[in-house]
Write a protein that binds this ligand. Structure first.
Ligand code: G1P
Length: 262
């Protein structure tokens, strides 16, 4: 729920999913995160008040939140890892492929379509799981899930192995798993058998590794930025980047930044 400029991070993530054609979203949260559900719920009293005051722009904003997608929520009983959290989506996915978007990360595409939209297109064409990838320097590669695989097209890799947070010297490549995944529902069979891995947690990366041994899995090295809002520096950068995209503050913000640097 940490806001970047004027919206909580999760809202950017939900908007990205909706833009890629996703109509139903399951939010998997630990207990005590009711603010997320409240944020996307209808706000009758507030809507009424804005209507009365003739605040059409604000009213549209509030309404669009609850109209955006069909939202579902589930509580992860204890924080046993990303893989454990995703197990809660089994009934929701109901045998279909589905997308996983990490709620603390905003992805900004440098192409005309979003990274998730590109991934949906790749998935539709190849009928396989697709993992978002970003090249990282060796000095930080041990903070990520890392793949190995062979290049099969423009920014496209066929993945043969995934390792969660390897030692830098042992990393199978410098391509890091980056907060967006489209996976087939077979992942749930592998999650059942996945024992705690890195950090004593059930890792989605380990389940993906066994899935990649059994069916085709692609990696897409996207053109764009991955902004991890849980990281202080990236949080500040995100506010500047998104602030510069707002026409009503662009000039003032640019002026402020220029004076700061001079
Ligand atoms: C998670 C995943 C990891 C991935 C990273 C960034 O790690 O486990 O494989 O590379 O997100 O998307 P976390 O940042 O939760 O430690």
């Amino acid at each position: 729920m940490i806001p970047v400029v004027d919206k909580p991070t999760i809202q950017y993530v939900v908007e990205e999913a909706v833009q890629a054609g996703i109509e139903e979203i399951l939010v998997i949260v630990s207990s005590g995160k009711d603010a997320i559900r409240e944020h996307f719920a209808p706000h009758d009293a507030l809507e009424h008040l804005l209507e009365k005051k003739g605040k059409a722009k604000e009213l549209k904003c509030v309404r669009s939140l609850s109209d955006m997608a069909k939202m579902h929520y589930v509580h992860q009983e204890s924080m046993r890892g990303l893989g454990d959290a995703i197990r809660y989506a089994k009934d929701f996915a109901d045998g279909d492929p589905f997308a996983i978007l990490l709620g603390d990360t905003v992805i900004r595409s440098h192409t005309k379509i979003s990274v998730l939209q590109s991934m949906v297109q790749i998935h539709d064409k190849h009928e396989s799981s697709v993992i978002a990838l970003r090249a990282m320097p060796r000095s930080s590669i041990s903070q990520y899930g890392v793949i190995s695989g062979k290049a099969i097209g423009d920014r496209l890799f066929e993945i043969d192995q995934l390792v969660e947070k390897p030692d830098a010297a042992q990393a199978p490549s410098l391509l890091a798993v980056s907060a967006r995944y489209i996976v087939t529902s077979r992942i749930f069979e592998h999650l059942e058998d996945t024992r705690p891995g890195f950090g004593g947690e059930i890792q989605i990366t380990d389940a993906l590794n066994t899935l990649a041994q059994r069916e085709k899995m692609l990696g897409f090295q996207f053109e764009g930025e991955r902004l991890d809002i849980g990281n202080k520096l990236e949080f500040i950068k995100s506010n500047v980047l998104m602030g510069l995209e707002q026409p009503d503050m662009k000039a003032d913000l640019e002026d402020f930044l220029r004076k700061l640097i001079d």
